[in-house]
Design a protein around this ligand. Structure first.
Ligand code: 4AD
Ligand code: MG
Length: 501
């Protein structure tokens, strides 16, 4: 028995192989059963013709439940028109584990249901494509820093103090004492870069985000490089090169996955140096100016028109679906289309409710404040390549960011906004390397200096300019794959109100 993976079938045309997998889909015409098998490397249609050889299992093949696990033996035939480009003419079939009433059928399901069944949900095609890109993204992240002379430093997950805002700390009972789940490994890689020059950490980070948004998880993966002797521009140059390398790799290895997901690939191909570099003040001007207003007014009119169109189609399809004399497959198709249209209607209604609010926020943007999610979306949509926004007002940013020498109300920080409206995927900065200024900021933020004694030591013993950034894997993946919501970017998402399975 020659075991083959579906992705390797092109080596085996004309030969007899055995595939081991699960039944993705099935249909039959009475004399032929078509079993679409998936094995984790791809999909392949297995054709079971009714004849002497298939007699012992033909009826089984016709009755198999979706997701039954199978060993299927047969002759490989090239067939351009079929999924994956090959078919198997089946000569043997072994049922390894039956599956009855698999809960996720080809019919549409609501997102809540799918997320409750996430352990099964990622067997479905769309999820499979997304998570394959994730694996490559993670590999490229490690590869990039390993190739470029960075030493990997694993940072602790139990943290004694806040690294980012104290409002998003998760507290854990550590033998009777409170400690926190790490929001960032940054403070530790700062220590490490003084020992190794260029370092990075990569692992899960935790934030008690109390809002359910399409950009926030409570557990997400972040890579954080940290570079001794780097200033803000040095940090930005690394971030730019790093993003280009990620996009190149994903385009090289995952074009087909991205196409399946409907990603606009031309837009990813535009991700080339140089990215835009604007200041927070420029961003404020854009938000308060005519371009932002025009963009959102246009949204209002196109989305209003689209909503009317969608409502009209829903009425038409509902009437057809209720009508007499239509075949079951036609009805199923209509039901699926109606499901999609209703989802779109829901999204459009939410958007239309939000747009006036977003217009208000942009028009009245406080030049002394942080960019909100909708502000980032506007800036990001007005640029066709990623955009670095630098020099935010000091008060709205973390205590460790370097105070700007020319304008002490600002800091030497950077956020990278991904294009196509995705917003922030990187946050970084040059770090405050002056002991006194850092202490002042710790006091200003109401933090306890005793918690940061070790961190202050870095400024006492051979302090140097240094900086780095953090890139969130899930937000980056949502952008690369063109996903609406971050919950699909991680195998088992954790968000407010969601921690099962
Ligand atoms: O901007 P943030 O908070 O920066 C830091 O944590 C710094 N300590 C990084 C550094 O300089 N070493 O987070 C960095 C990135 C964000 O740009 C975003 O991609 C991601 O982490 N991120 C989240 N992703 C998903 N869900 C959340 N709740 C996230 N919060 C941040
Ligand atoms: Mg940030």
């Amino acid at each position: 028995m020659t075991i083959s993976h579906i992705k390797d079938l092109h080596h085996n045309v004309g030969k007899t192989v055995t595939l081991q997998g699960w039944l993705y889909n099935r249909r039959d015409s009475g004399k032929i059963a078509f079993l679409v098998l998936r094995d984790g490397t791809g999909l392949c249609q297995c054709v079971v013709a009714k004849n002497e050889q298939t007699e012992p299992f033909f009826e089984t093949a016709r009755r198999l439940g979706q997701e039954s696990s199978l060993r299927v033996t047969g002759v490989v035939r090239a067939n351009e028109k079929q999924i994956g480009g090959h078919e198997l003419d089946v000569t043997g079939l072994e049922v390894v584990g039956e599956s009855v009433d698999y809960p996720i059928t080809p019919k549409p399901h609501g997102i809540e249901f799918l997320m409750k069944n996430r352990h099964l949900h990622f067997r479905s095609r769309r999820q499979w494509h997304i998570l394959r890109v994730r694996a490559t993204l993670v590999d490229e992240i490690r590869g990039y820093f390993n190739r470029n002379g960075y030493t990997l430093i694993d940072t602790p997950i139990f943290a004694p103090a806040a690294g980012e805002g104290a409002q998003t700390l998760f507290t854990v009972d550590y033998f009777g004492e409170p400690v926190y789940l790490a929001q960032t490994g940054q403070l530790y890689v700062e220590a490490a870069c003084m020992a190794f020059g260029k370092v990075y950490c990569f692992g899960p980070t935790f934030r008690a985000e109390k809002s359910k948004t399409r950009r926030h998880l409570t557990e997400f993966w972040m890579v954080e490089p940290e570079i001794a002797y780097a200033d803000l521009n040095g940090v930005i140059d690394v971030a730019e090169d790093f993003i280009c390398s990620i996009v190149r790799r994903v385009l090289r290895d995952h074009r087909a996955d991205l196409e399946f997901l409907g990603r606009d690939i031309a837009s990813l191909e535009k991700v080339q140096k140089p990215f835009y570099r604007i200041t927070h003040k420029d961003a404020a001007d854009i938000l308060r100016g005519p371009r932002a207003k025009e963009l959102l007014e246009k949204d209002l009119s196109t989305k209003t028109a689209r909503l009317e169109e969608v409502k009209k189609r829903i009425v038409e399809k509902e009437a057809k679906e209720k009508g007499q004399g239509i075949k079951q497959w036609e009805r199923d198709k209509l039901i699926a289309e109606l499901h999609e249209l209703r989802e779109e209607q829901g999204d459009l209604e939410v958007d239309l409710q939000n747009i006036p609010h977003h217009m208000q926020l942009a028009a009245n943007f406080d030049p002394g404040g942080d960019l909100g999610g909708s502000d980032e979306t506007i800036i990001s949509r007005l640029h066709d390549r990623p955009t670095f926004v630098t020099h935010y007002p000091r008060e709205c940013k973390a205590f460790y960011m370097k105070r700007n020498a020319q304008d002490p109300t600002r800091c030497n920080n950077v956020d990278l906004l991904a294009p196509d409206g995705y917003g922030e995927i990187i946050g970084g900065s040059q770090r405050e390397d002056d002991l006194d200024v850092l202490l002042e900021r710790i006091h200003e933020e109401g933090l306890n200096p005793a918690d940061y004694e070790w961190y202050l030591d870095l400024r006492r013993y051979g302090t140097v300019p240094h900086g780095g950034f953090g890139l969130g894997v899930e937000r980056t993946l949502a952008w690369l794959c063109g996903l609406k919501h971050i919950r699909e970017t991680i195998p088992f998402p954790r968000m407010m109100g969601r921690f099962y399975p």
